[in-house]
Ligand binder design. Structure first.
Ligand SMILES: Nc1ncnc2c1ncn2[C@@H]1O[C@H](COP(=O)(O)OP(=O)(O)OP(=O)(O)O)[C@@H](O)[C@H]1O
Length: 261
């Protein structure tokens, strides 16, 4: 396994534990989770249903406070939600009263680099183009398909330019064909923009297709069971899914998940 470390860049999760409830009804969800994600790395998290994947993501986002342990983004402790981390949810969490362009423009306003209005407009145009949304720029979200709405959510998240992008099953509600198109769109935008991404998914195939490393969580209380390196670099076309190495990795991870350690 590659050695990934750095307390001062990227994300560090150090011995993070979290329980919900108190007394005999307390449920231990995360137990001593350790994880380092380097700057610009794409990491997918898979695990049994209810194991605590979303809880981990929510702790990094600052929505959930760990009972123990430490979360660092570029060396700074996470103390709550903030613009260094941007979340893309499964539900299409975009503003229904704003057009596609204005939704993405909202993201550019949250950037550390403010820029003038024309400069921001150019940034918005770039994201519209990258996500294939230019012809829908003036449309309201309700007139768009689920896949297109999720393109808007992803474009807006990249437009914020956060240090870490957190994606919680963003394609789970989409049909299989749209999901594959979205996976390609995400590969494309991330190869151009290269952000640090933590991506939670149920689909092992999706995790291997998208990520540089796949973190396999155990059953609850979740710990990191294994971290699997994915060897394709930027070569991410759907053809790799039938290559023997892809199939081997998929089987290996599925076996780990079935073992429910
Ligand atoms: N705010 C909360 N209060 C109480 N229990 C919670 C809370 N959030 C999560 N849980 C519990 O923590 C456990 C882990 O939930 P979580 O959503 O993190 O798992 P998950 O791995 O993302 O699940 P899934 O794969 O089904 O999406 C579940 O038993 C859930 O009911």
């Amino acid at each position: 396994m590659t050695q990934h470390t750095t307390a001062t860049s990227g994300l560090s999760v150090r011995s993070v534990s979290k329980s919900f409830g108190t007394g005999p009804k307390a449920v231990s969800v995360l137990q001593d989770v350790d994880l380092d994600i380097d700057d610009g790395e794409f990491v997918a998290v898979v695990g049994p249903s209810g194991s605590g994947k979303s809880t981990l993501l929510n702790a990094i986002a600052g929505f959930v406070t760990p009972d123990r342990g430490e979360l660092l983004v570029n060396g700074e402790p996470v103390r709550g939600p903030g613009p260094s981390r941007c979340v893309v949810f499964q539900e299409y969490a975009i503003f229904p009263w704003l057009t596609v362009r204005r939704n993405i423009d909202f993201g550019t306003r949250l950037r550390a680099w403010k820029g003038t209005r024309p400069e921001r407009a150019r940034v918005t145009d770039r994201y519209l183009d990258m996500m294939g949304l230019t012809e829908f720029a003036d449309a309201l979200p309700k007139t768009l398909s689920g896949g297109m709405r999720q393109r808007v959510a992803i474009a807006r998240a990249y437009a914020v330019d956060p240090e870490i992008l957190l994606m919680d099953e963003p394609f789970a509600a989409l049909d299989a064909q749209t999901r594959e198109q979205m996976q390609e769109a995400l590969v494309d935008i991330n190869q151009r923009e290269r952000r640090t991404v933590l991506f939670v998914t149920h689909q092992v195939e999706e995790a291997i297709f998208l990520a540089d490393r796949v973190v396999v969580m155990s059953a609850r209380p979740a710990t990191v069971q294994e971290v699997v390196d994915v060897p394709w670099g930027d070569r991410r076309t759907h053809e790799i899914k039938t290559e023997p190495e892809f199939v081997r990795l998929r089987r290996h991870i599925e076996t780990l998940l079935r073992s429910r350690r």
